[in-house]
Design a protein around this ligand. Structure first.
Ligand code: GAL
Length: 372
């Protein structure tokens, strides 16, 4: 009997580690992507941090069924040396069981991103946080820290950013009380003007600005920025983080008022900043947008849809989550996107595409199979 158990264990080990282990020598956007144990990678809406020759991919751990888009487990972490093979490093930030915790199981934890602070030597994770049972109304961003890149991360707190601060690019005349929200018909010319002139910034002035879809960016001078969909998802905000990366300094700018941008992704190429965003259609894909700027606080110029050959105008049936700079290859960037599956969230797929810079534009093209 003992011999039989021993042989079965050997077989199980051989099956999981050897037979199911998958080797890759290319990216295959939209196909099931297995980790080094042969299990589909579960790191949605994610981002990547490069540390000591290793890439760490953080993302939303999704489950199947109706609760699958809420945080039932937490934020997962995978590691890789070549970007093709990913080892599961476990759960970096775990949901809590205490019902008074903001990150209790069942809350919404989306689009986690991790950066490293060289002064404090801490890894700092930020994510979009919605409180359990409150839909998407909280519009907060949460922060957690760890001494180790793979975690465990300790949850610190959440913010409505920049309370009682006006944006840097806010005109003086807009600071005084003007028309209220209820007096205007949505999408009317008067409404557009009122949004542009900061109607929603003033509404949220005291409690802080909304923060939903988000990403992080660390500039060459070590300053970090939190870029998030604010003002009812109508306007992006770029907010400077404090020197320890765990709070907001209160310096921020607004981008494209009423432009309805979310899913922000950003990179810096040859001294210029590029951003790719999406429109706002929930889990359904839509047409991407792109922008460039000489300074992170703008002014930003609109460059239109970055996708070429995207006949359905759906960003190749995906929504961006991160622009990855490939280590040691300053010209090479990867657009990381999600092909969501709201009916079975755990089966959402990853769409990674090469990024081209052409004539001042950032361009994406579909490839069934590609290598970097
Ligand atoms: C998307 C957003 C996702 C998630 C979803 C919820 O637009 O990019 O991160 O928040 O809406 O419907």
């Amino acid at each position: 009997m003992r011999k039989y158990i021993f042989l079965s264990c050997i077989f199980c080990f051989f099956y999981t580690v050897v037979l199911r282990a998958q080797t890759y020598d290319s990216f295959r956007p939209g196909e099931v992507w297995l980790d080094t144990q042969g299990v589909p990678i579960n790191a949605h809406g994610g981002g990547i941090l490069y540390v000591d020759s290793v890439y760490y991919w953080f993302g939303e751990y999704k489950t199947g069924g109706p609760l699958g888009n809420t945080a039932q487990v937490g934020v997962s972490c995978y590691s890789s040396k070549d970007l093709y093979h990913w080892k599961n490093e476990g759960i970096a930030l775990r949901v809590e069981e205490d019902s008074t915790s903001e990150i209790v199981r069942g809350a919404v934890i989306e689009r986690p991103k991790v950066i490293y602070n060289t002064k404090t030597r801490k890894y700092v994770m930020w994510f979009h946080l919605e409180l359990k049972g409150k839909g998407y109304e909280a519009a907060r961003t949460g922060v957690a820290v760890s001494d180790h890149v793979t975690g465990p991360y300790t949850y610190l707190c959440s913010y409505r950013p920049n309370a009682k601060k006006y944006p840097q690019n806010f005109q003086k005349s807009w600071k005084k009380e003007q028309l209220g929200l209820d007096s205007l018909r949505w999408w009317s010319p008067e409404w557009y003007q009122a949004v542009e002139e900061g109607m929603l910034v003033r509404r949220d002035f005291i409690k802080g600005q909304m923060s939903r879809d988000m990403t992080l960016f660390v500039d060459d001078d070590g300053k970090a920025y939190h870029i998030h969909a604010s003002e009812d998802n109508l306007t992006l905000h770029i907010s400077e983080l404090t020197s320890d990366y765990t709070a907001f300094t209160g310096r921020y700018v607004r981008l494209f008022p009423a432009g309805h941008n979310e899913a922000p992704t950003i990179c810096k190429y040859q001294g210029k900043y590029y951003m790719i965003t999406s429109g706002c259609t929930g889990w359904a894909p839509n047409q991407a947008r792109s922008f460039s700027a000489d300074h992170i606080f703008g002014p930003w110029t609109s460059l239109g849809d970055p996708c070429e050959g995207d006949a359905k105008r759906t960003t190749f049936d995906s929504q961006g989550t991160f622009l990855l700079s490939v280590a040691g290859k300053p010209e090479t960037f990867i657009f990381m996107a999600d092909r969501w599956n709201p009916k079975n969230p755990v089966d959402g797929r990853y769409v990674w595409l090469p990024v081209y810079f052409e004539n001042g534009r950032i361009v994406l093209r579909w490839h069934n199979v590609w290598e970097y």
